[in-house]
Design a protein around this ligand. Structure first.
Ligand SMILES: NC(=O)c1ccc[n+]([C@@H]2O[C@H](COP(=O)([O-])OP(=O)(O)OC[C@H]3O[C@@H](n4cnc5c(N)ncnc54)[C@H](OP(=O)(O)O)[C@@H]3O)[C@@H](O)[C@H]2O)c1
Length: 331
């Protein structure tokens, strides 16, 4: 397979992690990086051995040697740059959440479809093979019918107010940053869209975004999910499915490392553990997922309809905590 040539739209923390991941495989190349300042792009390019550094994102899109772009701007700019990338004929891996809200994502997907390019929301955790094992376990009937789904994802690094996650104008907040993983996990294992989504949150008086939150989802099958997320909060990582015959839990749901991940299954009193690995860096695995499904223009790990379902459920959760972004009004 010819390796896909990547251009980076923004040169922040996760772009650095993505570039490091791609450096571990010969099947993907980062050939260009764009930042809002040429100095920053040049510094980033030097640090990661990238050939071309541009002082704007538009220059990355104009580079004919870039096949695909990785968009890792703050959330409020995802849709704008995804639309620009599609119009430039670039394939797109766009950081989560793919847009501020569902109508914005619909607009992105209309352009993606019209321009006939690949698009995937960058839920990297979905590209790890442990989820195939989870699906196999669930399909085998070992845990029976799904009753309760449980998820948690939070962190606490102090989160200064100048962090993009603490900014309402940039589409910040814990639901948008990490709660979205819990929601996407619950929707994935439920295998259907929730009919009801409710959350409650602590909105920071200075940040004006949800600094921690908890939510409940009800699915048409009868399954119920509950989750917790936060940015100034230290929950244990959780991802578990409880059925009527047993349960499964995933030790490293969001950041399984290259050494493998563990799925524990308890069925009718017997416990089994499954170690699952593809031996790849998580972000390299994500880039290879894009390359493998380029022709189909979307990947089963996170299809367009999956992203739309996700965005609609996120909108409902956000409505229930009364969090409105300035960008919500600019469709
Ligand atoms: N999938 C994952 O594992 C993962 C992990 C962390 C974050 N994310 C997602 O990735 C995105 C970026 O997160 P990050 O942690 O990399 O954030 P970050 O370190 O703050 O980087 C954000 C980048 O966005 C660019 N940017 C453009 N306009 C900006 C503005 N008005 N204010 C601030 N920055 C601006 C900046 O790039 P230049 O100055 O270089 O142009 C900056 O480097 C978010 O959407 C987040 O949800 C995903």
């Amino acid at each position: 397979m010819k390796s896909l040539r990547w251009g980076l739209i923004a040169a922040g923390n996760i772009a650095a992690r993505f570039a490091k991941g791609l450096a571990t495989t010969t099947e993907a190349d980062v050939v260009a990086v764009g930042a809002r300042s040429r100095d920053r792009a040049t510094q980033f390019a030097r640090a990661h051995g990238i050939e071309r550094a541009y002082g704007s994102y538009a220059e990355v899109l104009a580079d004919p040697d870039v096949d695909a772009v990785y968009i890792s701007t703050p959330n409020h700019l995802h849709a704008e740059w995804a639309i620009a990338a599609a119009r430039a004929g670039k394939h797109i891996l766009c950081e989560k959440p793919a847009a501020l809200n569902a109508p914005q994502l619909e607009a992105v997907l209309d352009v993606v479809q019209a321009c006939d390019v690949f698009f995937m929301e960058a839920f990297m955790y979905r590209c790890h093979p442990q989820w195939e094992r989870v699906r196999e376990v669930m399909a085998s009937g070992a845990i029976g019918e799904t009753r309760i789904i449980e998820a948690a994802f939070s962190f606490n690094f102090g989160c200064p107010l100048d962090n993009i996650r603490m900014s309402r104008s940039m589409g910040g907040g814990s639901l948008m940053d990490v709660g979205c993983y819990c929601l996407s996990f619950a929707r994935m294992v439920a295998g259907e869209e929730p009919r009801e989504c409710k959350a409650t949150a602590r909105i920071g008086p200075d940040s004006e975004v949800d600094e921690w939150a908890a939510g409940v989802l009800a699915f048409p099958s009868g399954a119920i999910a509950h989750f917790a997320c936060g940015m100034r909060c230290a929950t244990p990582v959780r991802a578990a499915v409880y059925g009527d015959r047993g349960y499964l839990s995933v030790a490293s749901p969001w950041l399984p490392d290259a050494g493998g991940a563990t799925v524990t299954v308890v069925s009718e009193g017997r416990e089994e553990t499954h170690e699952v690995s593809h031996g790849l860096d998580l972000y390299a695995g994500e880039a290879l997922t894009v390359a493998a499904h380029l022709g189909e223009r979307q990947a089963p790990a996170m299809s367009w309809s999956d992203s739309l379902g996700q965005a609609r459920a996120m909108d409902a959760l956000r409505a229930s905590i009364g969090l409105v972004f300035p960008g919500d009004c600019s469709q």
